[in-house]
Write a protein that binds this ligand. Sequence first.
Ligand SMILES: [Zn+2]
Length: 226
Amino acid sequence: MGSSANEIKKQIVYYAKLMDEKGLVNTLEGNLSILDRETEELYITPSGIRKRQLNEDMIAVLRDGEQIGGSAKRSSEYLLHEAALKARPDCCAAAHIHAPYMTAYAYCGKDIKLKCSTTFALKMGEIPCLPYGEPGTSSIAHGIEEVIKDHDLILLGNHGCIAVGNTLEDAVKIVEAAEEVLKIYHLTESIGKVKDIPECQLKKLMERRSKIQMIGKETNDRKGGM
Ligand SMILES: [Zn+2]
């Protein structure tokens, strides 16, 4: 993996503050993690601390579910992060966010299927929604293996979303993009009838997405994750 413990902590602090600035996380909601696949140690944001007040020393370090480092208590959603990253050996980072537009779909228990956005077709395809599971327990991640293997971003019923990526930048950028697309989609609905991309063109974009995804997974598997 090549990143030192300090470098990992710095990245988590950087993206946690960025998500806070964008209003996508708050003191009680949202957490970010990076798994060092060499040491099997999971670095995760702590619980109950405003993300803009975080520093590197506060980032919790876990091995086999036990906290072995960090001055603040690990996020209660570490089980969700562990499950997501276990299901995606090609990824080393996870972002669990309660982004408003996506979370609204999660409250409806609705998969997100849009046919009007090229970003969506190329990067997300669709965003499936897992059934409700109790937060802070392993049941929040129930069924995640099946769904996350083909999707970097998924919804958690009545809760929020989780994204995985080779790096934290990869995980965070799809959350930001999906949220932006949904914002525009709902703005569009207030202006007029949303026009879908023609079916044959959409298929082409989806095929491009599958190819990019396959190459990405193969490359990351070869590198052993990040
Ligand atoms: Zn949450």
